[in-house]
Design a binder for this molecule. Structure first.
Ligand SMILES: Nc1nc2c(ncn2[C@@H]2O[C@H](COP(=O)(O)OP(=O)(O)O)[C@@H](O)[C@H]2O)c(=O)[nH]1
Ligand SMILES: [Mg+2]
Length: 211
């Protein structure tokens, strides 16, 4: 029998990956959110699976969650993520790239002001996943923590910055995303469950496409 397809959930530490994973599970009580965090040098990649669930969930760190002090470790983890995706990309029907709304401006400004020649890590990650043709949704999480005014500013900064790197971010619509060169994004709150239905519908649409 064929294995279930996998949903990839990626993002830096603390963006809300475990919280979002929990919202997608049929039985969240059995899930220990901290399972993926271990101090060793090997990235232990665990997938979460329930009999009632039609897909598995794999939770991976993003490309850029380390402080300067542990740069070597960050490089090491990045290499392991790359190896994992190169080997397993066929198993993934869809990927969620999770961003923390409160961190977007800082991340982008850091790159544009101090380091204009390198690509922001989130965009690098998106480009990398797209090379393997894993369809993506960018989740802008923790929308409950910002004002409408800040939200508009951050989203337009994000869209304009993405454009500068050749990525076309568009707000997810009710229809599924058909245009390959567009990357949909969704404002989200794991705490308030904002847009949870939309997220589930989008995941299911891609699951059916793959199935
Ligand atoms: N306000 C707010 N807090 C959130 C949201 N999602 C996650 N958090 C909080 O952010 C922290 C990190 O969440 P977690 O899911 O463990 O992030 P992970 O490290 O990416 O797995 C926890 O304290 C969560 O309660 C959200 O949408 N809104
Ligand atoms: Mg976690």
């Amino acid at each position: 029998m064929k294995d279930k397809p996998s949903l990839l959930i990626m993002g830096n530490s603390n963006v809300g990956k475990s919280s979002i994973t929990r919202l997608l599970l049929p039985n969240p009580r059995k899930f220990k959110g901290k399972a993926g965090k271990q101090p060793g040098s090997t990235l232990l990649i665990k997938s979460i699976e329930f009999p009632q669930m039609l897909y598995k969930i794999v939770d991976l760190p993003g490309f850029g969650y380390m402080k300067e002090s542990s740069r070597r470790r960050a490089e090491h983890i990045k290499k392991q993520i790359v190896i994992h995706i190169e080997k397993h990309h066929d198993e993934y029907f869809f990927g969620l790239v999770i961003l923390n709304f409160l961190r977007i401006e800082d991340e982008l400004k850091k790159y544009f002001m101090e380091n204009g020649t390198t690509i922001p890590l989130t965009f690098e990650l998106i480009k990398f996943l797209r090379e393997f043709e894993i369809p993506l949704l960018v989740i802008l999480n923790k929308v409950d923590k910002i004002s409408v005014f800040d939200k508009k500013r951050i989203i337009s900064l994000l869209i304009n910055s993405a454009k500068a790197y050749g990525l076309n971010l568009v707000q997810v619509t009710n229809e599924e995303v058909k245009v390959y060169n567009e990357i949909p994004y969704l404002e989200f709150s794991a705490i308030k469950k904002t847009n949870l239905d939309k997220l589930k519908r989008t995941i299911n649409a891609f699951l059916q496409k793959k199935g």
